[in-house]
Design a protein around this ligand. Structure first.
Ligand code: ADP
Ligand code: MG
Length: 326
């Protein structure tokens, strides 16, 4: 039997908690908190939304006034002094780059100039253009000075982007803030990048459903996710097809070419930030290397759907245990 599955879909039951949907960071966020009454729930949700908007202003590459845009604008010119928070995020991202052997890399963003996944591309960029852009990529080149909290991209044309880690980071931060504020349980779901803590209002554990892409109404399996994050990479809408090969919006920073072969990668990890970055890295690594890699990491699990809708899981995942009975 071929097992088919797609994006994890959080289904929040009626007694789960207070809930709000909001467009943030260019995607749909879905926030749920357990609270004593509607009034306090509203205050908590306002807090979380403000926190996510604050992070967006820090890391957005679209907002020309963000510190991230300043770093990119000053590439090849001068270091930019940034908030410690942004400095630390870049440092952690570079740590994940080392861990993934460069499959995840903030400086992939220089390649944004030659690849577009919104339907506007009509042919492959020529080799020379790819070669020239990939020369501007490499996390090792980012100069971080902890003394002055400054970041320098030493070459004109270098660029960083948080597309593969920002939503996860924002989800973690919103969760931390709410936990500190005393919220006993909740879920921050950034379009499939989610983190959960505590239990639902009715005392049951939070669960995430892995859905069947051929019938999104049906859950294929339910995974308990209390105090865990789960993130899916793979956007069914963002890809290009050239000569029968489907290229995704995730690019191998080492070659400059988009990855192919994986339709979605779902990573379970203690933190959404790490899960987010690893899900992206797995796309670049491919099925076999991705599974081997994840199997070596404690507390991290992986579900891959390939182009034939076939399922590949890491050693820690036993689908039979969690199989939904519908
Ligand atoms: P999704 O957008 O499907 O949730 P990701 O979290 O993996 O998936 O984010 C993909 C985005 O990350 C891309 O749209 C791009 O902005 C950025 N990106 C692409 N390739 C890489 C890479 N190798 N390393 C870091 N960021 C990347
Ligand atoms: Mg990611």
């Amino acid at each position: 039997m071929i097992i088919v599955l797609g994006f994890p879909l959080m289904v929040v039951g009626q007694n789960a908690g207070y809930h709000r949907a909001e467009r943030l960071m260019g995607c749909n966020f879905d926030l749920t908190v357990v609270a004593a009454d509607e009034g306090s729930a509203k205050d908590y949700l306002d807090l979380a939304v403000a926190e996510i908007q604050r992070i967006e202003r820090l890391i957005s590459s679209w907002d020309s006034t963000s510190q991230t845009s300043a770093i990119n604008r000053m590439a090849g010119t001068a270091p930019v002094v940034v908030d410690r928070e942004l400095f630390d995020l870049i440092q952690r991202a570079n740590g994940i780059s080392r861990l993934t052997d460069g499959a995840f890399d903030l400086t992939y963003a220089a390649l944004d100039r030659i690849w577009a996944f919104d339907g506007s591309m009509t042919r492959m960029p020529d080799r020379e253009a790819v070669r020239a852009s990939v020369a501007k990529v490499g996390y090792r080149h980012i100069r971080l000075d902890p003394e002055s909290s400054s970041v320098y991209l030493p070459e004109a044309g270098m660029k960083i982007g948080f597309g593969a880690i920002g939503k996860g980071y924002a989800a973690d931060r919103a969760r931390e803030l709410l936990e500190r504020a005393g919220v006993k349980g909740g879920i921050i779901n950034a379009s499939g990048d989610l983190t959960a803590w505590g239990t639902r209002a009715d005392g049951q554990e939070w669960k995430v459903a892995i859905t069947n892409p051929l019938n999104r109404e049906k859950a294929f399996a339910w995974f308990p996710i209390s105090d865990r994050a789960v993130v899916t990479s793979g956007d069914y809408e963002k890809f290009v097809t050239f000569e029968g090969v489907r290229y995704t919006h995730i690019i191998d920073p080492r070659t400059g070419y988009p990855s192919s072969g994986i339709v979605s990668a779902t990573v379970f990890a203690p933190k959404a930030e790490l899960a987010d970055a690893l899900a992206t890295a797995v796309f670049v690594m491919g099925i076999e290397t991705g599974l081997d890699f994840i199997n070596q990491l404690p507390e991290i699990d992986l579900i891959i759907v390939d182009e034939k809708n076939q399922l590949h899981v890491s050693n820690g995942i036993d689908l039979e245990v969690y199989r939904a009975d519908n």
